[in-house]
Design a protein around this ligand. Structure first.
Ligand SMILES: NC(=O)c1ccc[n+]([C@@H]2O[C@H](COP(=O)([O-])OP(=O)(O)OC[C@H]3O[C@@H](n4cnc5c(N)ncnc54)[C@H](OP(=O)(O)O)[C@@H]3O)[C@@H](O)[C@H]2O)c1
Length: 265
């Protein structure tokens, strides 16, 4: 007789559940961060919204609270260690612990290396790499202290593995985020902290809205996307939820394409 299949019914039923967890979402004032924060909130996650723009954070908190989402905000610059530590401390003070980190803060300032000021290039690296490193560091320390493991989800880009004219800052920074996740996975695995990136291609945001309206650009880009359309922020709520849930407990150090098939083509 065949051995019984060792899958527990209750474990499977609950493996995607996020209710009751406390999450920090950076770049919550942006298109992707706001979508993920709201998506988490709808699933019963307690969300600490953060970004540099306090006015936007306050408005977002009011909008979410009106929908019954348990959330708070703390403003800060992800590239300043004292700000990051203050946001992490505020989260622990408010919700007792932090179980999930999503780093959705990021910036692109396209320019040729022949023209770009070094300080401008550095500002992209600071926002995308230093900010991600500092949040991972401060949150990991809090998670280790709590002793219950945790999930760290870093937003990278499909551009982490593809160069592009004028993108010496952006592509380099996102390649660093991919390798940061792999190295953090090695540092933090023994503490049951999973660290993964997801890597989107173009999705709708203030920065990319024009692409959705320029027939030439969008038709050319769509040729590279087997899925046949550009992304929307809501397309990323699923992967951000999966990587925060017990369903991804055996995944760490992964760079997951969520790109309409861009890397495949
Ligand atoms: N949109 C796309 O097509 C696309 C594609 C692939 C990957 N991504 C990545 O997805 C993430 C979110 O992008 P998005 O489209 O949601 O962008 P967005 O709408 O422009 O939001 C960016 C967020 O990052 C913060 N931010 C901007 N400049 C910053 C800086 N210099 N230092 C620190 N924080 C800064 C902003 O918050 P505050 O101003 O309040 O600080 C904002 O919340 C980024 O990492 C981006 O690289 C986007």
């Amino acid at each position: 007789m065949a051995e019984k299949v060792a899958v527990d019914r209750e474990t499977v039923k609950n493996m995607y559940g996020l209710a009751g967890k406390a999450a920090i979402v950076t770049g919550a004032t942006g298109s992707l961060g706001a979508a993920i924060a709201k998506g988490y909130g709808y699933q019963g996650v307690k969300v600490m919204l953060t970004g540099r723009n306090e006015g936007k954070l306050k408005a977002l908190r009011e909008e979410f609270a009106a929908e019954g989402i348990d959330c708070a905000y703390a403003a800060g610059d992800p590239a300043k260690e004292e700000d990051v530590q203050r946001v992490v401390d505020a989260t622990v003070a408010k919700y007792g612990e932090v179980n999930v980190l999503v780093t959705a803060a990021g910036v692109s300032i396209p320019n040729s290396i022949l023209q770009q000021d070094t300080a401008e290039w550095q500002s992209v690296m600071d926002a995308n790499v230093r900010g991600t490193y500092l949040y991972a560091k401060c949150v990991a320390k809090a998670m280790v202290k709590q002793g219950k493991g945790g999930k760290i989800v870093l937003v990278s880009s499909a551009r982490s593995q593809r160069g592009m004219k004028g993108y010496t800052g952006y592509c380099t920074s996102k390649a660093a985020v991919d390798l940061l996740a792999q190295s953090l996975a090695c540092d933090l695995g023994e503490h049951h902290i999973n660290v993964n990136t997801f890597n989107p291609t173009v999705f709708r945001s203030d920065l990319t809205e024009w692409m959705f309206h320029d027939d030439n650009v969008s038709a050319n880009f769509l040729k590279r996307l087997p899925i046949g359309r550009l992304g929307e922020p809501a397309d990323f709520v699923g992967i951000a939820s999966f990587l925060a849930s017990a369903a991804s407990d055996f995944m760490t150090g992964a760079n997951v394409a969520v790109d309409g098939g861009y890397w495949a083509n």
